[in-house]
Design a protein around this ligand. Structure first.
Ligand SMILES: [Cu+2]
Length: 108
């Protein structure tokens, strides 16, 4: 099991990208809330295939208190390797079925 999990993470790191996406580029693919990109800081709690759980700071723009929640990784692109405990600065948007990261950067 640990071997399979490690392979999944490696595949994830190689195949999923979180480049800083311009709102214009995003709007070409998403109709809903294309321009609504929010920023926050937090700590990675868990990394799973296609998603990360982040304990984030309050987000005034959304009237959110600090909380731990799951963000999906984008379907395309390249994501830096992330692990539990990493402090991150991230951007996300809200889609019909959840919250999706637009960019994420770890402070090592
Ligand atoms: Cu939250």
């Amino acid at each position: 099991m640990p071997v399979i999990f490690a392979r999944l993470l490696a595949a994830l790191a190689l195949s999923v990208s979180v480049a800083y996406a311009a709102p214009h580029a995003m709007s070409a693919h998403h109709n809903m809330h294309a321009a609504d990109v929010y920023q926050s800081y937090g700590v990675i709690k868990k990394v799973a295939a296609g998603a990360v759980s982040i304990s984030h700071q309050p987000i005034p723009a959304l009237n959110w208190p600090a909380m731990t929640m799951t963000f999906r990784l984008p379907a395309e692109g390249e994501v830096p390797p992330l692990k539990a405990g990493d402090k991150v600065d991230f951007l996300f948007n809200q889609q019909a079925d959840g919250y999706v990261l637009v960019a994420i950067k770890a402070f090592r």
